[in-house]
Write a protein that binds this ligand. Structure first.
Ligand code: FAD
Length: 556
């Protein structure tokens, strides 16, 4: 934990050195001692300390300084650190001014120069001041702080990114906490820069204005560039299938890289509670599963590039070459595609404009806490919608699940239906679909089409969370691997038609079970045609694929 600061300012560098020396020798174990020989730069340093979220316990200023008196400095410093104790260093001739300052300018104490011996003339009084300060001191948050507004899509994207990458941060909603004095002070210190939301403040005092995930990723040490340009195995997609392949591949000696566009964990990472994964009788959150898997993969030496997107794949002889979104390339002998599926977009007027500003696809884990006391809508009738409703019900006043059919039994697992029925603040609105969403800069109302009455009802809504099925996004692989008409990748026996191997297939064998029509390119998990869309099956396919990859590599 960073030590609180004792800050002194004196234009006479000899006096400054002396006071710093005495402060350090008595209080150095518990406090950091910082000084400045000019009040102007002293104020700049205080502003910097504010951005870093440091705590200042004491402001000590010489009364006689050119351009700014000690009293003026302390008053300005007090606007930045109002809780810091304030003391003046004065010459005998300034005693009168110092007493007036105590009476009229909120100064706590004054010390006469010289303060020799400090054991009598400095420390006892400072001890009192610092004891007093400590009594109400609450250590400040020391990690990353994100300043933004709840209804800004960019703030949402950033928070979602940090949460899914397990980067701890403190969220400061500058609108919601506009009357909080500490937020006001921080915004004042930032000055005109405060308009460039979202802002990320780092504990080292640096800041990113109008920040985007890629910039923050670099700053927090997430790796987006490969260390070498060739790997035995490259995996595209860091969901359960990709992570499993990474763990098995690397643990069996393959030099492995995994490329993930958003955050390791994939769809599973968005699940608030996975209850059917073997070995976790009380369930576990997708975030927890992802975090454990990432640690496991890293322990075996897997290189994880995230956030980083694969945009193209080509083959050159036995090399499979992946082009990444930043223009760099990674080559490998075996390539595994585990890119899963992405949420289907809801087609309703007004929806695109409000995405991230009340309209969310998927779990919206970062939003759950903000829904306290609100009525929220979950669209969809499958397990993912049910899990989300159960999670939101912990925070929201009421959760309404909109389903097209006449209930959940055809689409949701019975265990979830039972949980929902036992949760009094979840309501199921059947025969209902979203016809339109309304709002300028944030969602305000939704129009719901009721198919049983053929009427449209318009209701107030601050947030809707959409879970209406998912499709693979594999267009970038078109022309390389064979896909079905919905974009799922064909593998193994699905490629054999009328006993014929796929067109252009060269090896003297059929494609392996999880291999595509390009030898050495494999596909696993939700993106694969005919796969079972479950965490366990993705994990199973990812680990099994490694066996085929070994067989393939033994002949390359
Ligand atoms: C909310 C929710 C709850 C669920 N609950 C359960 C449950 O309780 N039990 C259960 O068994 N299943 C559950 N599922 C289903 C399960 O999560 C999926 O079946 C599983 O995650 C599929 O794993 P995957 O690795 O194949 O794909 P995904 O999990 O979809 O991961 C694919 C990854 O690839 C990345 N990617 C995509 N394209 C690229 C690219 N071009 N470059 C780089 N990276 C890319 C994506 O960002 C993503 O991280 C749930 C799903 C959701 C959405």
């Amino acid at each position: 934990m960073a030590k609180p600061i004792l800050f002194s300012v004196d234009d006479d560098s000899d006096v400054l050195r002396a006071i710093e020396r005495d402060l350090r020798s008595q209080y150095g174990a518990e406090y950091r001692v910082i000084g400045s020989d000019s009040p102007e730069s002293g104020l700049d340093i205080l502003k910097h300390l504010k951005v870093r979220n440091d705590s200042v316990a004491l402001l000590l200023a010489d009364q006689r300084m050119p351009r700014m008196t000690g009293v003026e400095f302390l008053q300005k410093g007090m606007q930045i650190f109002p809780d810091a104790k304030r003391a003046l260093l004065t010459a005998y001739a300034d005693t009168g001014a110092a007493i007036t300052a105590i009476n009229e300018a909120n100064i706590n104490y004054f010390f006469m120069k010289p303060w020799d011996p400090p054991a009598e003339l400095l420390y006892p009084q400072l001890d009192d001041l610092l004891d007093d300060w400590r009594a109400s001191y609450r250590p400040a948050f020391e990690g990353i702080r994100v300043l933004g507004t709840r209804w800004s899509p960019r703030s949402y994207e950033l928070r979602d990114f940090l949460a899914r990458n397990h980067v701890p941060y403190q969220w400061v909603d500058v609108e919601l906490s506009a009357h909080d004095p500490e937020t006001k002070r921080l915004l004042e210190v930032l000055g005109p820069e405060a308009a460039n939301l979202p802002i990320v403040l780092f504990p080292d005092g640096t800041k990113l204005l109008e920040s985007v995930p890629a910039d923050v990723a670099q700053k927090v040490g997430l790796r987006t560039r490969a260390q070498t340009d060739f790997y035995d195995l490259a995996i595209i997609g860091g969901g359960p299938a990709g992570l499993a392949a990474a763990v098995y591949g690397a643990s069996e000696g393959l030099h492995t890289v995994m490329i993930e566009r958003e955050a390791p964990g994939g769809q599973a990472g968005m699940s608030s509670r996975i209850e059917n994964y073997l070995g976790f009788p009380t369930g576990l959150s997708g975030g927890d599963l992802a975090r454990r898997a990432v640690v496991q993969a890293q322990r075996f030496g897997v290189e994880i590039l995230s956030p980083q997107e694969a945009v193209n794949v080509r083959t050159e002889g036995s090399y499979r070459i992946i082009k990444l979104a930043d223009g760099s390339e990674v080559s490998c002998h075996a390539l595994l595609v585990a890119t899963g599926v992405q949420w289907r977009r809801l087609d309703a007027p007004g929806i695109d404009k409000l995405q991230g500003a009340g309209v969310y696809y998927g779990g919206g884990a970062t939003e759950a806490l903000s829904c306290k006391g609100e009525i929220i809508y979950v669209v969809g009738g499958a397990n993912s919608a049910g899990q989300a409703a159960m999670n939101f019900a912990k925070y929201a006043d009421k959760v309404v699940i909109l389903v097209r059919g006449d209930g959940l039994s055809a689409t949701m697992s019975q265990y979830l239906i039972d949980q929902i029925q036992r949760t009094p603040n979840i309501q199921i609105w059947s025969h209902a679909s979203v016809a339109e969403v309304h709002g300028e800069s944030r969602l305000q109302e939704i129009s719901v089409l009721c198919s049983d009455t053929n009427k449209v009802e318009r209701v107030r809504a601050t947030s809707i969370f959409i879970f209406i099925g998912a499709l693979p996004r594999t267009d970038w692989l078109a022309g390389l691997v064979e896909r079905d008409d919905r974009g799922f990748i064909l593998t193994g026996p699905d490629l054999i038609r009328d006993g014929q191997r796929p067109k252009g297939w060269a090896p003297d064998r059929d494609p392996f079970l999880l291999e595509t029509n390009v030898p050495g390119v494999f596909a696993v998990g939700d993106v694969r045609h005919g796969s079972v869309k479950r965490v366990a099956s993705g994990v199973g396919e990812g680990s099994v694929a490694v066996q085929f990859i070994h067989q393939y590599l033994s002949k390359v």
